[in-house]
Design a protein around this ligand. Structure first.
Ligand SMILES: *Cc1c(COP(=O)(O)O)cnc(C)c1O
Length: 371
């Protein structure tokens, strides 16, 4: 069988090959049902079994406590930027930490529904690298409805390696995290979280599914203008079936959860295994960038993303040559986001170690040729 190219897209992004093959095998007839999953009633016993297995596996993988409801919604990450304030702000105050493009967008959208304050923003450190401000320095309001952070900034390559502990800072407001681009890449410390959301198309499955993990005490406060289909309480009470959920996406996500449950690496299994491989993969790329005179990453070591690694060529006139050469080596979609330029290697869960090794070899060869 031909090897597939390595796909470094930021999203929609690479999926485990094994999952894609299973989807292909089951496309016309799922488990002798005579139907494709796309053709099933979302209320029929076949799909309900798919849904329940997906939810159970996800809860187990991320050790989601009982007091959190898991919702499979639509609307994507940007949809949640409106859905969260409509559900949690009560039209009052919302605090946002701006660590890059996505949290900036979240702050802007929340302004349509609430009084928004930016509590702090990323700053260059002494070496001119992007750094997260220490949580102790954030200007949080005691009467805010919640504090929003983006725990991994997909465009800027900035990740919270540890979630802020608001209680330790003397605050009891809920923390909302947009974990779209690193959900399932590592465990989540639920004791620090009130709500987490994630679009599926980075680390989970096809675009169209949005996961929401919401603590039960936060349900039932939606503003009157909130559409019923986006009221977390309504969605939770209907087990995500208030309206037709994105059935095919949920099915593929369920297969990815199964793949993760059985994933093993370095003597570990499941999330611990994928986290270890993610650490190792990211280290390989950052080491290569740091050792180079020709390529650079501009994020402080303490908050470098394990999933999305933006980097720049010293001579930006060579950008197109770099991308063309990458394509010849079957390394796809390395172009950086248009707002920041340069390159970006997204190395989500499904990117094998071999893909990262091939990228690192290419970086060295390109530098030897052009550096
Ligand atoms: C991709 C992404 C989004 C946007 O998701 P859409 O599904 O396009 O609305 C939001 N937040 C983060 C962190 C992302 O990476």
């Amino acid at each position: 069988m031909l090897q597939r190219p390595f796909n470094f897209s930021a999203g929609p992004a690479v999926l485990p090959e094994q999952v894609l093959r299973q989807v292909a095998d089951e496309m016309l007839d799922w488990h002798d049902s005579g139907m494709s999953v796309m053709e099933m009633s979302h209320r029929g016993r076949e799909f309900i079994s798919i849904y329940e297995a997906a939810e159970r596996d996800l809860r187990e993988l991320l050790q989601v406590p009982e007091q959190f409801r898991i919702l499979f919604m639509q609307g994507g990450g940007l949809g949640e930027n409106a859905i969260v304030p409509m559900n949690l702000s009560r039209g009052g105050k919302v605090d946002v930490l701006v660590s890059g493009s996505w949290s900036k967008k979240s702050a802007q959208e929340a302004k349509r529904y609430a009084n928004v304050q930016v509590v702090a923003s990323t700053q260059p450190d002494a070496d001119g690298r992007t750094a997260l401000p220490a949580p102790g320095s954030w200007q949080c309001r005691a009467d805010a409805s919640y504090l929003h952070i983006c725990s991994n900034e997909t465009i800027d390559g900035v990740e919270f390696h540890e979630l802020p502990d608001l209680q330790a800072l003397g605050s009891d407001i809920p923390l909302v995290i947009d974990c779209s681009s690193h959900v399932l890449s590592r465990p989540i410390n639920w004791s620090r979280v009130g709500l987490a959301f994630a679009g599926a198309q980075k680390n989970i499955g096809p675009a169209g599914v949005t996961l929401v993990f919401v603590r039960e005490d936060l349900l039932g406060q939606a503003m009157a203008i909130c559409p019923s289909a986006f009221d977390y309480k309504t969605v939770a009470e209907a087990q995500s079936m208030f309206n037709t959920p994105p059935t095919f996406g949920i099915y593929v996500a369920g297969l990815v959860f199964q793949w993760l449950k059985h994933f093993s690496y370095a003597g570990k299994t499941g999330i611990a295994a994928i986290e270890q491989r993610n650490i190792d993969k990211a280290e390989l790329v950052y080491q290569a960038l740091d050792a180079s005179e020709f390529f650079s990453n501009r994020v402080a070591a303490a908050c470098r993303s394990r999933m999305n690694i933006p980097f720049y060529l010293r001579d930006e006139r060579l950008n197109q040559a770099f991308l063309d050469g990458a394509r010849e080596r079957h390394l796809l979609q390395l172009k950086g986001h248009k707002s920041v330029g340069g390159m970006r290697a997204s190395i989500y869960n499904a990117m094998p170690l071999e893909g990262v090794q091939a990228l690192v070899a290419y970086l060295k060869d390109f530098e030897a040729q052009h550096g």
